[in-house]
Design a protein around this ligand. Structure first.
Ligand code: AKG
Ligand code: FE2
Length: 176
């Protein structure tokens, strides 16, 4: 993992990965962000209220993923070792298509059109029984509608794996 200083305690990753499953992600850079402006904090609080139950503790800092126009995310299920029951992603800039495919029944699938400013929440079966992926530009269709891909930034909040306290030593990387 290479880090370039972006000021303060935040690292801007220019190559390599922060996350266990970054092998699934192509054409990206990412960072973990713990300091936000007041306006951004208000938005993150709305995300938390909408996507998480009051009993859930969130992984901190928040994972920010910057996908270039040709970047994409291959199908994967976030590790249960490092990531709890809920994943919530705010999509910014370019629209994109997220496909969910049942890991045991590949004929069971659905696609989500992620408009800029939209929030998706993966929990329950969607979290554990379906892989998720972001389609590459050539395959980026929502039904018959072409969804051209530009640069996409996602802000991803995750709950802690069950049984893991926020201050527990040896905790996992903040993003999974
Ligand atoms: O960019 C997104 O919305 C999803 C990213 C993702 O699947 C991951 O980092 O595990
Ligand atoms: Fe993921």
């Amino acid at each position: 993992m290479l880090r370039a200083s972006a000021g303060g305690d935040e690292g801007l990753v220019i190559a390599g990965s922060l996350t266990w499953n970054s092998g699934a992600i192509h054409g990206f850079r990412e960072t973990e962000k713990s300091r936000w402006s007041e306006a951004s904090r208000a938005i993150l609080q709305r995300v938390q209220a909408a996507a998480f139950s009051p009993g859930q503790t969130l992984l901190s800092p928040v994972h920010v993923l910057d996908l270039e126009p040709r970047g994409y995310i291959k199908p994967h299920v976030d590790s249960i070792k490092f990531c709890g029951a809920t994943i919530a992603g705010l999509s910014l800039l370019s629209p994109s298509v997220m496909r969910l495919v049942h890991t045991q029944e590949p004929g069971e699938w659905l696609e989500l059109l992620l408009e800029p400013g939209s929030l998706y929440v993966l929990r329950g079966s969607a979290r554990y029984d379906f892989s998720h992926e972001i389609l590459r530009d050539e395959e980026s269709f929502f039904g018959a509608r072409r969804v051209p891909r530009g640069r996409r930034i996602s802000v991803i909040c995750r709950s802690l794996p069950e049984g893991m306290g926020p201050e527990e030593p040896g905790q996992p990387p903040p993003a999974c």
